[in-house]
Design a protein around this ligand. Structure first.
Ligand code: ZN
Length: 280
């Protein structure tokens, strides 16, 4: 309990069953919209306020591509509601996952344009609500079904076309392999676009494309090195642990998962973080 939790946020995908994190010293969370819906927005807002918690983001909006105009409009309308939820919770940002190809399509370029158009349509409402939009590039293995935005460079290029106030969420799980990552993180810092920073680990072997993320320290991502780049880029927001793990961490008691998150957070960045070098 005395572990240092300053700067730590828990993405509530990590512990889907549990809201009260305060006893672990965790004061910052990123809830998913289905979790908010399950308890009701008012209850979620009250739980956050009563516990004096910060909300590092809301997961997630986006999923803009659709086969026809009506489908794309439905997505935009849903994203407006996500903005409203983020505003009610006082979230630092709304995390956007682009969406993949519409059913039957092989045109990834068109899907990417739909993401641009969807974000452009959402922006006025987000600005009026003072909710920053954070586009999160996902690993290219999800390009077909989840996200046709796959590198930080691509996300920054899109954000740049949309406006100075459009940001990105940097999730090491999706981006750790990219030879341009260091340079693009530096660019994101210069452009003041880093709105979120998510960590977990890449397991070798990875047994499931979606639901086999590792606890920090259990995989091959050089977390201290990337954190060094993030800090050098001027990011001062929370470090959010986000783990989808159907066969491992999701099967364990929430208290054990949270305790492990806190321990690994402290151990992984114990040398003052920003230093590059050996993880362990
Ligand atoms: Zn993420």
């Amino acid at each position: 309990m005395s572990m240092r939790t300053e700067g730590l946020s828990i993405n509530l995908a990590t512990v889907r069953q549990q809201w009260n994190l305060v006893r672990h010293g965790i004061t910052c969370v990123d809830p998913w919209r289905d979790q908010i819906a399950a308890v009701g927005l008012d209850t979620a807002v009250k739980a956050i306020k009563d516990n004096g918690m910060c909300v590092s983001g809301i997961c997630r909006g986006g999923m803009f591509p659709a086969a026809d105009a009506a489908g794309r409009q439905t997505a935009i309308d849903d994203n407006k509601r996500a903005v409203d939820e983020a505003a009610a919770l006082g979230a630092d940002c709304l995390v956007l996952v682009a969406g993949g190809l519409p059913q039957g399509s092989r045109d990834i370029g068109a899907a990417r344009q739909m993401v641009m158009d969807g974000m452009a349509a959402l922006l006025p409402h987000a600005r009026a609500s003072e909710v920053p939009l954070a586009l999160e590039p996902l690993h290219p293995m999800y390009a077909g079904d989840r996200a046709c935005v796959n590198t930080l460079k691509q996300a920054l290029d899109m954000a740049g076309q949309l406006g100075d106030d459009v940001g990105v969420a940097i999730d090491v799980y999706h981006l750790w392999w990219d030879p341009e990552l260091e340079a693009q993180i530096a660019r994101a810092g210069r452009e003041k676009r880093i709105l979120g920073y998510h960590i977990c680990d890449w397991l070798v072997p990875t047994k499931d494309l979606l639901l086999d993320r590792g606890m920090p320290g259990d995989g091959v991502i050089d977390l201290p090195r990337i954190r060094g780049w993030i800090e050098k880029a001027g990011y001062k927001g929370p470090t959010e642990i986000e783990i989808f793990s159907a066969k491992d961490w999701w099967t364990r008691p929430g208290d054990e998962v949270l305790k492990t998150c806190v321990e690994r957070y402290a151990a992984t960045f114990s040398d003052g973080a920003g230093k590059t070098g050996e993880t362990r």
